[in-house]
Design a protein around this ligand. Sequence first.
Ligand code: CO
Length: 136
Amino acid sequence: MRLDHIGIAVRSLEAALTPYRLALGLEPEHLEEVPGEQVRTAFFRLGDTHLELLEPMNGGGPIAAFLEKRGAGIHHLAVEVPDIAAAMARARQGGLRLLSEEPRAGAGGSRVCFVHPKDLGGVLLEFVEHPGPGKE
Ligand code: CO
């Protein structure tokens, strides 16, 4: 397993990009809208992992709800898994609650699923399976 990214909720991507560029001395690697999650994202590569800035789209969705409740800040940790179905099955068998029954479409053609933060000490954990050879 590898820490794929740390997700950070921001109210405005446009406003957050400049200070992150300055702090990291980097340009974002890519920007992407993920309509299924109602977010617009920017990824900064940090060696083997990334920071993912997340801005709500259209004023709704999970990031808008998080900003409303908790304000801007760290939203989730994401770990790369080779087989998301297997990771979900293992978590489920152990009694962890997943936020979706099936993997959902994430950024970059990935498939993702979140584990309930109440089961992980208040941390929202995301499983990410990246598309690759032999995968759909
Ligand atoms: Co994420």
